[in-house]
Design a protein around this ligand. Structure first.
Ligand SMILES: [Zn+2]
Length: 61
C-alpha cells in the first residue's frame, strides 16, 4: 500500500487542522443572482444551472 515517507510533525498537523475549512470548498457565487450557492448544483435562489433555468423559482428583479 502507498505509505507516507515520514510522520507529519506536530507543527504541520496543527497547521493543517487550523486551516481546515477556512474558505468553504464548493461554495461559489451564482453567476445569475450572485447568491452563495454550492458549486455544480442548481441555485436555490434563481434556479439557474449552466446559464439556463432548471427549476422554477419565484424571483423578484
Ligand atoms: Zn442564482
Amino acid at each position: 500500500m502507498a505509505h507516507p515517507k515520514r510522520k507529519w510533525s506536530k507543527a504541520r498537523t496543527a497547521r493543517h487542522r487550523s486551516a481546515w475549512k477556512l474558505n468553504m470548498p464548493g461554495l461559489v457565487e451564482c453567476p445569475q443572482c450572485h447568491a452563495k450557492m454550492l458549486r455544480r448544483t442548481v441555485c436555490k435562489n434563481c434556479g439557474y444551472l449552466d446559464g439556463r433555468q432548471v427549476i422554477k423559482v419565484d424571483e423578484e428583479i
